[in-house]
Ligand binder design. Sequence first.
Ligand code: GLY
Ligand code: MN
Length: 462
Amino acid sequence: MFPAEVYVNRRKRLRTQVQSGLILLLGNSQSPMNYRLNQYPFRQDSSLLYFFGLDLPDLAAVIDVDKGAECIFGDDPAADDVIWSGPQPPLSQTCQMAGVSQTLPLERLQTVLANAAQNGRNIRYLPQYRPENILKMARLLEVAPTVVNDGTCERLIRAVVAQRSVKAKEEIEQIEAALDVSYEMHTLAMKLSKPGTYEKEIAGAIEGLALSRGCRLAFPAIFSIHGETLHNPHHENLMKAGDIAVNDSGAESPLRYASDITRTIPVGGKFSQRQKEIYTIVLNAHETAIDAVKPGVEFRDIHRLASRMLLSGLKDLGLARGDPEQGVEAGAHTLFFQCGVGHMMGLDVHDMEALGEDYVGYTDAIRRNPAFGFKSLRLAKAVEPGFVVTVEPGIYFIPELIDRWKAGQKCSEYINYDMVEKYRDFGGVRIEDDILVTADGCRLLGAEIPKSIDQVEHMSSA
Ligand code: GLY
Ligand code: MN
């Protein structure tokens, strides 16, 4: 955990922002895989972690804003917990590390909330994303599960998003600790990506590496020679010389901060000429986009800039035509780049997505564009110092998408389908780094992971 005052100060600020009522933060419980006691690794709710740092199941936090009081509801370890999971301190002792002096048994929570409601107090809570917490919240608030998320508190959501968006020094240190492990994961993957190796061997090796460093993955690793499938969850392919593999993976630091890095690896150590050309387009878009990030710049403009660079590079290769700027406005680039150029990152790899993407990445004036491609942009608003964002342009040749677009001659003013056909089995290229917005620009977080063609080929031949 961070020192107690970090959590105390975060909560003080939250109380000031929220102004009145009770704040209820539900922690997560263990999640069974196939029977109750065989469980997925425990992952605490990120907002409870942010304000209390308590990485234990079955907790709830109540902050009484009017009285300035705070209480953790939870239970002391039972004899069985000690027998099966080892000695654990009493809850009150753990809570002191978060600067909380009051604890109550979990069974008291319902009465406390019922009394508060009877007294006309406003009970403010965040959107619930776990089915068991929807049910818990429904029982606690005596409402139907189907309406739990209708009762969330916008003021609380906005206050939490505002606070969690700007990362403090100690959070950046955690992200960089996760990035140290990412460096090792990505360079290991480059070295291991030899012809005759299965994707699952690399996926297993990088996950094992994260575990061996006291971390785990921030999200299931994407490691695939079919990088054109944006979040390809499969690792079954045998890799051969000439393939390129997309490795989109990140570690989660001991305090649960994410990293999220993508590199594209030539299996066997050498990119072909065609692969180099596409890779260079993506790398130029990635670097130009990073160079453009500074406070006040809207991230949707970074997205458009990267999209233009991609389309313009593809034009140079003969796959696109016409004016790249107009092509992007027409959405022509989305045949090749179907997602957003990046997202916020912090305690969640897509930071605070559970609170509602539009609260995180949009404003009343900057609304989500529902068009294909643009709709997947998670962050559009102007960035501020302290934001941590990913920059991850890519080019993806998705055969089914090419067929659909070609059949309708979609955007044919900007797309040379005869040339695109020649790339239908190309796969995909993505390059992603994590950056911190600073007072006058941005800086790359973590040590630079091999990224130029020479660096990647060198590491992949090692
Ligand atoms: N790393 C996966 C993503 O950004 O969606
Ligand atoms: Mn990402």
